[in-house]
Design a protein around this ligand. Structure first.
Ligand SMILES: [Zn+2]
Length: 189
């Protein structure tokens, strides 16, 4: 039996590689295997495991299956048509889907917000991008939300800003200095 360099492919419920299979159906059947492997080509030239039940090789079986297979109409749709269907489905069951999502969120709130925070921390660029996109889509709503957030969290935001400024005093000084010089230069030009 040839050993394969490729990643070991396994077959059947027992997940056997061809190396682990019996070479005849009788031993394989006795061992409770689904396949056996002779290493010899079938009458159509495939070198592949064979079924204990039918003695046919899995390649032949696959080809036969493909010939007879009549795909479900859904599988013949283009990706656009599929998207359209999904959208229509969502529209029809919107209330239910939203309720399910909400319930899921409520039940797993703590875990999920931890996960979210972790993800955001690891993907700061993505957050910025999403924020820009939200702004572009509905600038008025975005500004409205930002204002609302600011008013509701004013104290926390200001406290955070104070702390940040205190911790980065030198940076701010440098920035202000640069701003001052730039202004001055612009005025003299
Ligand atoms: Zn075959």
């Amino acid at each position: 039996m040839k050993t394969r360099n490729k990643k070991m492919k396994t077959y059947g419920k027992t997940k056997l590689t061809v190396e682990q299979m019996h070479s005849n159906p009788f031993d394989a059947r006795a061992a409770g295997h689904v396949h056996y492997f002779t290493g010899k080509p079938c009458k159509h030239g495939h070198i592949a495991p064979r079924y204990v039940k039918r003695y046919s090789c899995i390649e032949c079986n696959r080809i036969e299956h493909e010939k007879r297979y009549i795909p479900h109409p859904r599988k013949l749709l283009t990706s656009e048509e599929k998207a359209k269907r999904r959208k229509a489905y969502y529209q029809k069951h919107k209330g239910h889907i939203k309720a399910l999502k909400q319930k899921w969120w409520q039940e797993n709130k703590e875990q999920l917000s931890l996960q979210n925070a972790e993800w955001k921390k690891n993907n700061p660029e993505n957050e910025k991008k999403r924020s820009r996109e939200r702004y572009k889509a509905e600038p008025e709503k975005f500004i409205e939300n930002a204002k609302k957030y600011y008013h509701e969290n004013r104290e926390t935001i200001l406290e955070k800003r104070r702390k940040y400024r205190a911790a980065n005093k030198e940076k701010f000084k440098e920035r202000n200095r640069a701003y001052y010089h730039r202004k001055k230069k612009e005025e003299s030009e």
